[in-house]
Design a protein around this ligand. Structure first.
Ligand code: ZN
Length: 552
């Protein structure tokens, strides 16, 4: 008995010790200060046989001038799209024929590329080129860009220093609509391919080039991804690379490349208010326009909650900034690095990004009230008012959570004026019965959730981030160091939203000298530095070589 008691006590003591040490080590681990994930240069093993070509791309005057001409031709072949374009290409073949011309330009400019690839036109003007690899067991790499551009408003023409469709080159920069978003990328991809072919490269891994033609209006006609999924199946691609991200920006004194490894969700939502009409000589105290005004005040007063979590890749971006910045206040640095386990620190980090840096869109959902219509005549009460708002959904939220929040925000106004309330989201729902005083309807026009997170650990990420390091630290600026490559969040959306089924490795990244916003994308005097374009070609060239070597 004595013996057994001793054994039992012994077991209890040992068991307790194990449990306590597990709890202790777990809490130590979860309380550990997070670190900026290290990335390092990666170059293809065949680098030396391509070095001369890479150097030519970056430094040869002839190559540069030939490249300028290709960009100019792309700018001069206009491909603007508008929100009210005919949805079906069949409805107006003539209207859409500008993309026919653009494709003809590509064909005449890139003969080697055309000789090695097969072109599949999807929904008439979506271009999918397949460059067949020798090893069909390897998943294809998908490289993307879009052919279309936003238009130029006639009202701003006088402010353009260069005709927006001339493709002017002043020896340093190329100007024109779409040069930065993203004809430079499309042309650069094909220039890299031509150089690879000239250099006897033929891929083991199939490479697919996929160019949509209506990205700037949300891509409703883009069926490229659907076509690829039908042909190759789900999760059939090695990786997808499209526009986006931030390159070589200095953030709080840290030189950074921040490819987008996720994208916020998107929603267009209408709030429609219908109230009885009548003569304006005997009006109610508030018309539907007045009530809508009150709703707008409430909507703009109410902010979405902020988050600073690992669901958002910007978490790592700011961890990297905190770790390396010579400018960020040390108390903020400490908070950002402890934000993963310390609630107070997390709040400080969120407020710093939201309020101090004015970058609330990084850490929360946002809404913008963009269109309002209502009323028809000065002496008639408005019977119908419609408001359109655009919502960008944080990684931590869903379409449902933001719709619920908007409903909760306008509900007190609905109650105050004794209105009915309905929502057409998830099938039409009556939230409050229809009332004689009027009715309010929430209508979700289009919505998609935040993008899945691209993994930023493992071989795929190492090759991708490593190529950025190698291009910028060894080729463009030899022996330079200090570039931090960190994952980030795309606040805007790209055509990649259609590619989620094809791979989890989706990178939104445009190599080059300037983050898009400084290139006046969509704006007046849009331009790119020519050097920037050459960097882009070198990046694609090297990335293709490295991806071709790996067996992943
Ligand atoms: Zn774009």
């Amino acid at each position: 008995m004595q013996y057994f008691e001793t054994r039992i006590v012994g077991f209890i003591v040992v068991g307790l010790f194990i449990v306590l040490s597990l709890v202790w080590s777990f809490s130590e681990e979860s309380k550990a200060v997070v670190e900026c994930p290290a990335t390092k240069p990666h170059r293809p093993s065949t680098y030396h046989s391509h070095k001369a070509t890479l150097s030519k791309i970056l430094h040869s005057e002839d190559f540069r001038n030939a490249s300028v001409e290709k960009l100019q031709a792309a700018i001069r072949t206009r491909t603007e799209v508008y929100d009210d374009d005919p949805i079906l290409v069949e409805d107006d073949f003539t209207y859409w024929s500008k993309f026919e011309k653009f494709e003809q330009l590509l064909k005449s400019t890139f003969p080697l590329f055309y000789s090695k690839t097969s072109l599949h036109k999807v929904n008439y003007h979506g271009l999918v080129y397949i460059w067949e690899g020798s090893d069909s067991s390897l998943k294809p790499l998908v490289l993307m860009a879009h052919q279309d551009t936003v238009p130029v408003s006639n009202l701003t023409l006088s402010q353009w220093k260069h005709d927006p469709f001339s493709g002017d080159y002043d020896g340093e920069n190329v100007y024109g609509r779409g040069i930065a978003d993203c004809k430079d990328q499309l042309i650069g991809l094909l220039e890299a391919a031509e150089e690879l072919i000239s250099n006897e490269f033929s891929p083991r891994r199939t490479i697919i080039y996929s160019f949509g033609f209506d990205e700037e209006v949300g891509g409703p006609r883009n069926k490229n991804a659907e076509w690829l999924e039908q042909k190759f199946g789900k999760d059939s691609m090695y990786a997808v690379l499209d526009e986006g991200g931030v390159n070589l920006d200095t953030i709080q004194g840290v030189k950074m490349s921040v490819p987008g490894t996720a994208e916020k969700g998107y929603m267009d939502l209408k709030i429609i208010l219908e109230t009885p009409g009548g003569h304006s000589s005997i009006p109610p105290r508030h018309t539907s326009i007045g009530i809508m005004g009150e709703m707008i005040v409430e909507l703009e007063k109410s902010e979405f909650p902020t988050y600073f979590t690992k669901h958002n890749p910007a978490f790592w971006e700011y961890v990297c900034v905190a770790e390396h910045s010579p400018e960020m206040p040390s108390s903020v640095k400490k908070s950002i690095l402890s934000a993963g386990h310390d609630q107070k620190a997390n709040e400080i980090a969120r407020n710093y990004i939201d309020v101090d840096l004015g970058k609330g869109f990084v850490v929360k959902s946002t809404r913008a009230i963009d269109i309002i219509t209502g009323g028809v005549k000065a002496n008639a009460l408005p019977e119908y008012v419609e408001l359109t708002m655009n919502v960008r959904i944080a990684m931590e939220e869903t379409v449902d959570t933001v719709v619920d929040r908007i409903i909760a925000t306008i509900e007190p106004v609905v109650d105050k004026y004794h209105l009915g309330l309905a929502s057409d989201f998830n099938g039409r729902q009556e939230l409050k019965p229809s009332r004689p005083a009027g009715n309010c309807l929430l209508k979700v026009v289009q919505a998609f959730p935040p993008a899945p997170l691209t993994p930023t650990q493992g071989n795929h990420w190492d090759i991708f981030s490593g190529t950025i390091h190698h291009v910028y630290e060894d080729l463009v600026a030899p022996d330079s160091t200090g570039l931090i490559v960190a994952p980030g969040i795309g606040s805007g959306n790209t055509d990649t939203k259609y590619y989620w089924n094809l791979t989890k490795h989706i990178y939104r990244y445009r190599p080059g000298l300037l983050p898009g916003v400084y290139s006046k994308e969509h704006g007046i005097n849009e331009y790119i530095p020519m050097d920037s374009h050459l960097h882009l070609i070198v990046f694609y060239y090297e990335y293709i070589l490295s991806v071709d070597e790996t067996d992943d």
